[in-house]
Structures are given as C-alpha cells and as structure tokens.
Design a protein around this ligand. Structure first.
Ligand SMILES: Nc1ncnc2c1ncn2[C@@H]1O[C@H](COP(=O)(O)OP(=O)(O)OP(=O)(O)O)[C@@H](O)[C@H]1O
Length: 263
C-alpha cells in the first residue's frame, strides 16, 4: 500500500545548521495497517509525514502509494489520496463555513466536481455521519465551524478526511491539543472511523500507552530512522516500561520527549 525506500531528507544542507531528519528510511505498510508512531523529540516523525504528504520533496529515495510512484508529485495532487489531520484543531476546516458546508466541500472534492452544491440526500447522509459521533453535531449542521470546540472541530475534520475516501490517513498528534476527556473521545471516534472505512492509517502520538493499544502496529523513530517495528504477539507483549528500556539499551540514553504521556 505504502512503500518508502531509502528516503532521506536533510534541512539546511551545507550550513552550520545542517540537520538530517530522515536517514535512508525504509518502511512498508500493508493495506489496512493502522501504525502508531512514537519517538523522541526531533526523531523525524513529522518530517516523515511531510515527506509522504508532499510538503517538500525528499532528497533521495522513493515513495510509492498504492503502486504509484508519488516521490515527485506535488502536494495538492497527493492530497486527493492522502488525508491529513494535524494537532491544531483550527487547521483542516474552513472556519467561516458551516459544518454542513465543510462536509459538502470534502464530498465535492472526492467527486472531483467543480460545482459545490448540497442536496437533500447529502444533508441526510451528513446528519447520519454526524449523529454517529455522538457529539450532538447533527443538530448544529448550520453552525459555523469557527464556533465549535476544538474536539468538535477535530471530529468534523476527521469526517472530512474519511468522506474523501483517501488511500492513506496521516494523524499528527491530532488529540494533543485537546483536554484529556475530549482527547479520549476523539481517539475512540478515530478507532471507529478507521475500522469502518479500513483506511490505511499512520498516527503520531506521545501517549505510549495508546500507541501500544490503538491500531495493529507500532514503530519507534529516532534520529531519522525506524529503530523498532512491532506487531502481533510481540506488540501485545510490549509494555511502556519494556519499550523505554528497549530505547535506553539501544541508544544508551533515556527517551527524551517533553510531551511524553506514560499513563
Ligand atoms: N522545516 C524545517 N527546517 C529545518 N529543520 C527542520 C524542519 N523540520 C524539521 N526540522 C528538523 O528536523 C528534525 C526532525 O524534526 P521533526 O519535526 O520531524 O521531529 P519530530 O519527531 O516530529 O519531533 P517532535 O516530537 O518534537 O515534534 C529536528 O531536528 C527538526 O529541528
């Protein structure tokens, strides 16, 4: 489904600030994989997402999505196949448009139509989708998105991403800016939406416990490389403590993450 082969990215090459953020990174995702990604500060997690999403072109290596080489493809073209949800609930939606209009926008993009229109049937479909979130948003379809809470906005953005039926969904700490109770709710919704749509998904998180329980596979990054890739029984038998000891034994230092969540 997604294959990265020998992908490297260096920022500020040839200057005193040179930083190799991705080092000959190899990664292969099967269709339907839900991979959680953890790692120390500056490990290259967001850079990996930017490389896949096309925020910049990588220096070397290849990125292949569903059999198509997208290494040189511009970001806007990749966005038809790659849904992205960021930490900031203000991103990903059009704030001055209503909930319904935002969903319709995503729907129109999927159909690759230029005409933006909402018919009665669309409204009913959107209402049904919203009611399944159990956030009361089905009663607020005419509300401008800027008037929603952060959690409600993230839920709407998540729906917008999945309406477009992307081949790949990238979640970059999408619950990190929410209060703990809302973060749990959005994580539950994420699990449901991803399971229902079976979209291949990657999720960066600082919550190690949920990294080990959400999805079917966990990778740990450090200094631009994948240093651990676990699934199945190995993952089931992994605990937060074991993971941290694995890191210390391999890197001869403690995992440094200023936002790490252990409980
Ligand atoms: N646009 C950029 N320009 C220059 N350096 C960058 C840029 N983006 C990332 N870097 C550097 O690349 C390295 C990897 O950064 P990245 O944001 O991918 O790490 P991360 O694993 O997401 O970290 P964190 O968990 O702290 O957000 C860091 O040293 C960072 O400073």
């Amino acid at each position: 489904m997604l294959r990265l082969a020998q992908v490297s990215k260096t920022f500020y090459k040839g200057t005193i600030n040179e930083k190799q953020a991705l080092k000959d990174l190899d990664l292969h995702l099967e269709p339907g994989d839900f991979v959680t990604i953890i790692g120390s500060n500056g490990a290259g997690k967001s850079t990996l997402f930017h490389a896949i999403g096309g925020s910049f072109l990588v220096d070397t290596g290849a990125i292949v999505l569903d059999g198509k080489n997208i290494t040189a493809m511009p970001e806007y073209k990749r966005s038809f196949d790659i849904g992205r949800l960021m930490q900031d609930p203000m991103k990903g939606t059009a704030p001055s448009m209503t909930v319904e209009e935002n969903l319709a926008l995503a729907h129109t993009r999927k159909a690759k139509k230029s005409l933006f229109a909402i018919n009665k049937r669309d409204t009913e479909v959107f209402r049904e989708m919203l009611s399944r979130l159990e956030l009361g948003l089905e009663e607020r379809m005419k509300t401008k998105v800027k008037n929603l809470s952060g959690g409600q906005r993230q839920a709407v953005t998540l729906l917008m991403c999945t309406i477009a039926s992307p081949k790949l969904l990238l979640l970059d700490e999408h619950t990190a800016a929410l209060d703990p109770a809302t973060a749990v709710k959005i994580m539950d919704i994420t699990r449901e939406v991803v399971a229902e749509s079976n979209i291949t998904t990657m999720m960066i998180t600082h919550d190690i416990r949920s990294a080990l329980s959400v999805g079917n596979r966990t990778i740990m990054m450090d200094e631009g490389e994948v240093i651990l890739d676990i699934r199945g029984e190995e993952r089931e038998n992994m605990s937060v403590e074991k993971l941290l000891s694995y890191y210390s034994a391999k890197k001869h230092k403690q995992l440094a993450d200023d936002r790490i969540l252990l409980a």
